[in-house]
Design a protein around this ligand. Structure first.
Ligand SMILES: Nc1ncnc2c1ncn2[C@@H]1O[C@H](COP(=O)(O)OP(=O)(O)O)[C@@H](O)[C@H]1O
Ligand SMILES: [Mg+2]
Length: 227
């Protein structure tokens, strides 16, 4: 379970201060599939980065699985992130010199697994995301949708508590974007992994079970759908 309580974030640049988050409170239970929606500049990436321990809040508290992460030293945050959090980015962010297999295996290497422990997990998740047979391709030899599938596999292979996806479909055409959303939904159901994804696209936000709407650094709506 993820709990954010009255989280604020100020970016200070010389004399100017940007209040990117102005007191965000949000509780996300294990297994939820939630979209954080809002226009460009509303604070979506800032919020995901703080929940994902990539960045730290200026005020408020964040708990991940009962553990308060606010106040952790950078080293502790890195360790927690590696174990518990998977990230999927808008621009895929694969390592260009590594194959699809190696990009996914790298997450497990960081956790200290040896090759023989990692291999069955990497092969299984690549098959699960529909990339069996493409293990040896470099990112440049994959389509955008396939690269994002590798990124999803990389996020999931370590069996994280939560996957954070920051505008995961923004660089994909709408059919490919839809298939990535369907893949994330399938993995969410099958593995009960929590997914939080951000978007400014109406079609993408409607795909989630729950929609939290950000505006100028505040959550202005938070609705669960009944399906
Ligand atoms: N590193 C930064 N330094 C200064 N301002 C930033 C930085 N990152 C984001 N901002 C500002 O914070 C606000 C929220 O940004 P962001 O979280 O990226 O929004 P979104 O992802 O919804 O587009 C914006 O006004 C943006 O310009
Ligand atoms: Mg953003």
């Amino acid at each position: 379970m993820i709990v954010a309580e009255d989280v604020t974030k100020d970016y200070v640049d010389g004399e100017t201060v940007v209040h990117a988050l102005r007191g965000v409170s949000l509780q996300v239970d294990q297994g939820e599939f939630i979209s954080i929606a809002g226009p460009s500049g509303s604070g979506k990436s800032t919020l995901l980065n703080i929940i994902g321990c990539i960045d730290t809040a200026s005020g408020g508290r964040v708990h991940i699985d009962e553990e308060e992460v606010t106040g952790h030293a950078p080293r502790e945050l890195t360790l927690l992130r590696r174990r518990k959090i998977g990230f999927v980015f808008q621009s895929f962010n694969l390592i260009p010199v590594l194959t699809a297999y190696e990009n996914v295996a790298f997450s497990l290497m960081l956790l200290g697994l040896d090759d023989s422990e990692a291999e069955p997990r990497v092969r299984a998740i690549l098959e699960e995301v529909g990339l069996a047979g493409m293990e040896d391709r470099l990112p440049a030899k994959l389509s955008g949708g396939q690269q994002q599938r590798v990124a999803v596999a990389r996020a999931l292979v370590k069996e994280p508590t939560i996957v954070l996806a920051d505008e995961p479909t923004a660089n994909l055409d709408s059919d490919t974007g839809q298939s990535i959303l369907e893949l994330m939904r399938e993995l969410n159901r099958r593995r009960e992994t929590t997914f939080i994804f951000s978007t400014h696209d109406r079609m993408v936000m409607d795909f989630a079970d729950r929609l939290a709407l950000l505006h100028d650094g505040r959550i202005v709506e938070d609705n669960r759908r009944t399906a």
